[in-house]
Design a protein around this ligand. Structure first.
Ligand SMILES: [Zn+2]
Ligand SMILES: [Zn+2]
Ligand SMILES: [Zn+2]
Length: 133
């Protein structure tokens, strides 16, 4: 412990046992990618798997390892999860404007920014809690 990370495991993520995440180093790298990526308006993110199938998505997640964009588990395709299964890449960050967190698939924890006033806890609307349409 003792490392300075930009992100940390959300304290209230529906996991009262406080599981750890071994992938916070990835999030430090992600911040750098974030600084370098083009403005969202110039290149709107899409789920290419959904576009190929003609389906729609609810929210988008971006893989912090390779930048792949896929849809969330509330979406029909669940392509972000599919990408994790195929690639083994562990963490996807939400691209939704009203969400400021990432999800670690293997550890099943939310990650939030450590600095400043953290975003709303994502409790109740996590990737594995499917809401009725
Ligand atoms: Zn993790
Ligand atoms: Zn999709
Ligand atoms: Zn990936």
């Amino acid at each position: 412990m003792g490392g300075q990370h930009e992100w940390r495991v959300a304290p209230d993520a529906g996991r009262p046992d406080g599981r750890a995440c071994a992938h916070l180093d990835l999030m430090d790298d992600w911040r750098l990618m974030e600084d370098c990526r083009p403005a969202p308006a110039a290149s709107p993110a899409t789920c290419t798997d959904c576009l190929a199938r003609g389906t729609t998505w609810v929210r988008l997640r971006q893989c912090v390892t390779c930048g792949h964009v896929g849809c969330c588990d509330t979406s029909t395709g669940r392509h972000a999860h599919g990408h994790h299964v195929e690639s083994g890449h562990p963490v996807a960050v939400s691209l939704a404007a009203d969400e400021d967190w990432a999800w670690c698939f293997p550890d099943e924890v939310f990650l939030v920014r450590a600095g400043g006033d953290a975003a709303d806890p994502p409790a109740g609307r996590g990737p594995h809690r499917r809401e009725a349409p």
